[in-house]
Design a protein around this ligand. Structure first.
Ligand code: NAP
Length: 243
């Protein structure tokens, strides 16, 4: 069923995005990953997807840029078959207390995490509408649902993703296109490399008592991508943190 259909995964070079790309390749989707600069990691994801028998290619693009995302979507459209899936996963942190937060740290986090998702949806929506269907999943965070001291910029961007997801879901539902979000808790990736599980205080905040794996998040993403009657949902994958 996925044969000849294309999935775009932003931030697909590493971490959660890579795992999502590999899972979609397992299902037979051709994979276009978008990343900002880690060429070796991107090449590895492409190789691993191709090894599963699908077409895969990596594109350098700053998702925060309206023009770059417009150009990359046009390029992907030229290189690949009909677009069926968009996973807005690219994200960054620039943590700091709000009383001292630099303007550039606010702008860059909102730019990549929130405007990046808007840019990609903005430039792909017409393609989905033309194809009379499609699936969008945006990666939010429990930080966007609960707030987190030291992460005003990140929390705001991830709360913004929830609003973006629900508005997009309402707008595109009549066209048969779903849009959902996944809100992970603490997942072991480069983004959380400074957090260790020896930190018993952290573990006490997680009812299931452990950090999550990328596969925990990818399973939720794939579930939403394969659910035609779920839209506008925010699915937590957080070991119970935000229940
Ligand atoms: P990660 O390992 O740090 O990977 C980030 C990915 O985003 C990389 O592929 C990176 O590309 C790409 N990226 C960063 N800035 C970009 C930009 N301006 N344009 C295009 N691509 C860009 O992150 P992760 O932990 O897998 O997180 C993935 C998503 O899940 C993020 O949205 C994050 O906020 C969210 N999340 C993560 C956790 C967690 O605990 N890890 C929890 C909640 C939510 P390069 O490889 O080229 O740098």
């Amino acid at each position: 069923m996925a044969e000849g259909k294309t999935a775009i995964v932003t931030g697909g070079s590493r971490g959660i995005g890579r795992e999502v790309a590999l899972r979609l390749a397992d299902l037979g989707y051709d994979i276009a990953i978008v990343y900002i600069g880690d060429e070796n990691e991107a090449a590895e994801t492409v190789r691993d997807c191709e090894a599963k028998g699908v077409k895969a290619k990596a594109y350098v693009c700053n998702v925060a840029s309206f023009e770059e995302t417009k150009a990359v979507v046009a390029e992907i459209r030229k290189d690949f078959g009909p677009l069926w899936i968009l996973v807005n996963n690219a994200g960054i942190t620039r943590d700091g207390l709000i009383a001292f937060m630099k303007e550039e740290d606010w702008d860059s986090v909102l730019g990549v995490n929130l405007k990046g998702a808007f840019n990609m949806i903005r430039h792909t929506a017409a393609l989905f509408i033309r194809n009379k269907g499609g699936r969008i999943v945006n990666i939010s965070s429990v930080s966007g649902l609960m707030g987190n001291a030291g992460q005003a910029n990140y929390s705001a961007s991830k709360a913004g993703i929830v609003g973006l997801t629900k508005s997009t879901a309402r707008e595109l539902a009549p066209k048969g296109i779903t849009c959902n979000a996944v809100a992970p808790g603490f997942i072991r990736t480069d983004m959380t490399k400074n957090i260790t599980e020896d930190n018993s205080e952290l573990l006490r905040t997680i009812p299931l008592g452990r950090m999550g794996d990328v596969s925990d998040v990818a399973s939720a993403v794939v579930f939403l991508l394969s659910s035609p009657y779920i839209t506008g949902e925010v699915l937590r994958v957080d070991g119970g943190i935000a229940m």
